[in-house]
Design a protein around this ligand. Structure first.
Ligand code: MG
Length: 373
């Protein structure tokens, strides 16, 4: 079998589909994404095509190593995101060729169902978090995640901190003590402010706090982790085992959240999970984009022993022939070959666009300075 073509298809809202075509008619799917840089990503995938076309797609690890190591400079958002999507597609091809789901090639299922959580909204000023939490719970979910604040200056007033605590208290009161409420700080606050915020929400027993500190300084995350009993989650903006090594060795997080469309695909996230297991650290794979990334994450969730919970924003309506069905907050591990999904090409046609990026211009409303997303 030989790879014949790599095809990138941008779809709305800002996602992308990679199709790796082969001379045997098997097409592998991947989800490339590099937020803010879609054209650079498409170019990088085309350059990977210069290497991959004519090769046997079933040598997944050999190609992973070649793509990662042969450009001399390793890692980075663009190369790793391109590599991640290609890796997903090569695993999809291999699974389809064998007629088996990918998890079967990685040791088989360690669970029958995958626990999912519901998102209450990334920008709390645009959503009613309490109503949203009630809605998820009414639909059978036993876990939700919320951003409790949007913009944050390096330090904030007691009123700001009290408002964050009040928001958390209201969600807890609405859903009760048997529902898990994860809180995403989204790297929006400084370590100094995050420590104060964690203390303020601690009485309402969050499931975990995500990205309380930006990912560029592991020692700052260590300081944060030592300051609170609330478990710390991080990793959506890190890539490869190398990006997670310091976090594990310094015991800076209890939960790792690599993204299968950034961190190195199925191959690398399976390895990161194995590293994490030796530190008693759990996995909650980041998947805030399209259903191909989610499908890839489910394959890893299905076969690792240290799975915690899975993020999703799309179950694939308007993209997949059979969208994922979440029942009582759990998703059955898909059993179809490869990623176990099929595109609904007809519905998808309405989502295709030119893939041109719309720049983000997020500013603090009071002084016009740049705010973190
Ligand atoms: Mg996050």
């Amino acid at each position: 079998m030989k790879v014949t073509r790599l095809e990138c298809i941008p779809i709305r809202p800002y996602w992308m589909i990679l199709k790796v075509h082969t001379d045997e008619g098997i097409v592998g799917l991947g989800e490339p994404i590099a937020e803010g840089h879609p054209q650079a990503l498409i170019s990088c995938i085309q350059e990977i095509g210069d290497y991959l076309i004519g090769e046997d797609p079933r040598r997944v690890e050999h190609h992973w190593q070649s793509i990662y190591r042969h450009s001399y400079f390793r890692s980075g958002l663009i190369l790793n995101s391109a590599l991640s999507a290609v890796d997903q597609a090569l695993w999809d091809i291999t699974g389809k060729w064998l007629g088996q789901p990918i998890y079967q090639l990685l040791g088989g299922k360690t669970r029958d169902r995958v626990r999912m959580y519901g998102w209450l909204g990334v920008r709390p000023y645009e959503h009613d978090l309490v109503a949203s939490a009630r809605d998820w719970v009414q639909h059978g979910f036993t876990a939700v995640k919320a951003c409790l604040y949007g913009y944050a200056h390096p330090l904030e007033s007691p009123a700001f901190i009290d408002q964050v605590a009040a928001q958390m208290a209201a969600i807890r009161e609405a859903v009760g003590d048997s529902v898990d409420i994860a809180v995403d700080f989204h790297g929006r606050s400084t370590p100094a402010l995050s420590i104060l915020l964690a203390k303020a929400i601690e009485p309402y027993r969050p499931y975990f706090i995500e990205e309380p500190v930006l990912p560029e300084n592991v020692d700052a995350l260590v300081t944060m982790a030592r300051s609170t009993p609330i478990p710390i989650a991080t990793g959506e903006r890190l890539w490869t085992r190398r990006g997670f090594r310091d976090i594990l060795e310094k015991q800076a997080a209890a939960i790792l959240q690599p993204d299968l469309s950034h961190a190195g695909g199925i191959s690398e996230c399976r390895r990161i999970a194995a590293m994490a297991e030796t530190y008693y650290v759990s996995m909650a794979l980041h998947a805030p984009t399209g259903p191909i990334n989610l499908a890839a994450a489910l394959q890893v969730d299905a076969c690792i022993p240290n799975f915690l919970i899975q993020e999703h924003v799309s179950t694939g309506e308007g993209i997949l022939k059979e969208p994922f069905k979440i029942v009582d907050g759990y998703l059955e591990v898909p059993s179809g070959p490869g990623l176990g999904i099929e595109l609904d090409e007809e519905a998808l046609a309405e989502r295709i666009y030119d893939g041109v990026n719309v720049p983000c211009r997020l500013r603090h409303p009071d002084d016009g300075s740049v705010a973190d997303l």
